[in-house]
Design a binder for this molecule. Structure first.
Ligand code: HEC
Length: 479
């Protein structure tokens, strides 16, 4: 009897032990399985899909017709539930919904990429791009400017655009562009030349146009600076043209001029000025205009309510400081917010919300390093210095920027577009209703070195790429 009792207890203990062991291993297995499926979409594609669909997603997307649909939801469904009769397995056990969506987005990005390649190589002008439920096409508007630095438009549809070498064009409809006369002499060298163009908010009434350019010093050819020039357009000519703001001091480098122009709802003009490659001399000091956002009246004078107007040893045009090379500036007219984008050194390109009197930290704080790989600073944060709303490591070389309000692009309303010079695409920062940066999208990859992007008076978005120079219009198409 006793023997039986012991055997029974032993058996129960064994059972318990076995059960715990089993539990532990399944837990471990599950953890491993979890580890296996977590990871980026590219790895998941390699692991789960490549065996049948090809090791490069590129191979997968060369299908002319998608049996189960080319949109995000259809793809999600076929991957989750499979297509049994065709031999496509269901992945609902192996992958989470999020992971499936990530793979779908990875495939869709590759599809867009391929379209851009086709488009750029001129094989197919009917290429349709997809973004946020919209279908979009690109229309080539002009190839007349080699480096279309600034683009804007009057309410009667005349497109004004600069060519960095010193030409201002005006183009109406399909007519060839005309060259506007009466421009200042520019120092076309390095990053300098004729840069941005903007029209006065009351252009219809006063015909006032604004340009930025790198101006050679009147008595020393080695020096140049960022200048705001303005006059009135009459018969393809600028009348009464003069320099209304000259950034001080002149410098002997040919780098980091800035120089975007925007107007806010109250009619003040904001101008971005780069630090001219002299980071230790200018951006942290207020006695100069370099590495600053400048706030002006429309005649180039300083408004008396500027933040440093009454401060001794400070330039009264300064609005914010500690900037590096802001080649993008845009305005959200609904929430009255100014954003800039600026080049970091190697890494650390930024988007900032630009506010009065604030210090954006360059070169004390940055997410970038020197081009040669050495450190600039250990700091990314410091009290009294602003954090960017968004930054890129590695740098994408941001240039050009606009805030989208047009009804023509419902999926992009309230978003920020920035050009990438380095990676040849248009970057979209998706902002939610509270103005928070929620996600990013690369549009038209491989399209070209993107220099400028503007939502114009006709509600369409135009962008300019250089070498070879082209201006495109983004045209939404009806389903
Ligand atoms: C065992 C082979 C196999 C594997 C593994 C596999 N698929 Fe498929 N898949 C197929 C087959 C077969 C089809 C049927 C359509 C076709 O490709 O001609 C298909 C169809 C699809 C379709 C629909 C294509 C269309 O034309 O509408 C998508 C999307 C898809 N697979 C994605 C994936 C993804 C993502 C993975 C990995 C998570 C994956 N597949 C893994 C075999 C496979």
């Amino acid at each position: 009897m006793k023997k039986i009792k012991y055997t029974l207890v032993g058996f129960v203990v064994l059972l318990l032990l076995a059960f715990t062991a089993y539990k532990c291993t399944t837990k471990k297995m599950m953890a491993n399985a979890h580890k296996k499926v977590v990871g980026n979409s590219e790895e998941n594609y390699q692991e789960f899909c490549a065996s049948c669909h090809g090791d490069k997603v590129k191979k997968f997307i060369t299908r002319d017709k998608w049996v189960y649909g080319e949109d995000r939801e259809s793809m999600f469904k076929v991957i989750k539930f499979g297509a049994d009769k065709d031999g496509m397995p269901a992945y609902q056990e192996a992958l989470s919904n999020q992971e499936i969506y990530d793979i779908v987005d990875y495939i869709l990005a590759a599809v867009e990429n391929k379209k851009s390649e086709e488009f750029s190589s001129g094989e197919n002008n009917d290429v349709v791009f997809h973004s946020e439920g919209m279908k979009l096409k690109l229309e080539l508007i002009t190839e007349e400017a080699e480096s279309p630095w600034g683009i804007t438009q009057s309410s009667d549809g005349i497109l004004f655009f600069t060519d960095k070498q010193g030409i201002l064009f005006a183009k109406k409809g399909n007519e060839p562009a005309v060259k506007i006369k009466g421009l200042p002499e520019v120092k076309f060298r390095g990053q300098g030349g004729l840069m941005d163009v903007k029209l006065h908010p009351d252009f219809d009434g006063n015909k006032k146009i604004y340009l930025t350019y790198s101006k050679p010093h009147p008595s020393n050819e080695d020096l140049s600076t960022t200048v705001l020039f303005s006059g009135e357009i009459e018969n393809d000519q600028i009348k009464n043209g003069k320099d209304i703001f000259i950034a001080q001091p002149y410098e002997n480098t040919s780098r980091h001029f800035g120089s975007r122009i925007i107007f806010d709802n109250d009619g003040y003009l904001f101008l971005s000025v780069g630090e001219r490659g002299r980071r230790d001399e200018y951006p942290q000091k207020l006695d100069n205009h370099l590495g600053k956002i400048i706030r002006l009246n429309d005649d180039g004078t300083a408004p008396e309510d500027n933040p440093f107007y009454d401060q001794p040893n400070a330039k009264n045009e300064v609005f914010s400081y500690g900037h590096r090379n802001p080649q993008g500036l845009c305005y959200d007219p609904i929430n009255n917010i100014i954003y800039d984008n600026e080049h970091g050194p190697r890494g650390g390109d930024e988007i900032n919300k630009v506010e009065a009197a604030k210090n954006y930290g360059w070169p004390v704080i940055t997410y970038g390093i020197n081009y040669v790989g050495t450190k600039i600073t250990d700091l990314t944060h410091k009290e009294g210095m602003e954090q960017p709303e968004h930054y890129w490591v590695p740098s994408i070389a941001v240039c050009g920027m606009d805030f989208i309000t047009s009804d023509k692009y419902p999926g992009w309303k309230g978003d920020i577009l920035s050009g990438s010079l380095k990676f040849d695409y248009l970057n979209r920062n998706d902002l939610n209703e509270d103005g928070e940066f929620v996600k990013e999208e690369k549009l038209f990859p491989t399209i070209g070195r993107m220099r400028s992007v503007s939502q114009c008076a006709d509600g369409y978005i135009y962008f300019g790429v250089e070498s070879p120079g082209k201006i495109y219009r983004i045209v939404p198409i009806q389903q």
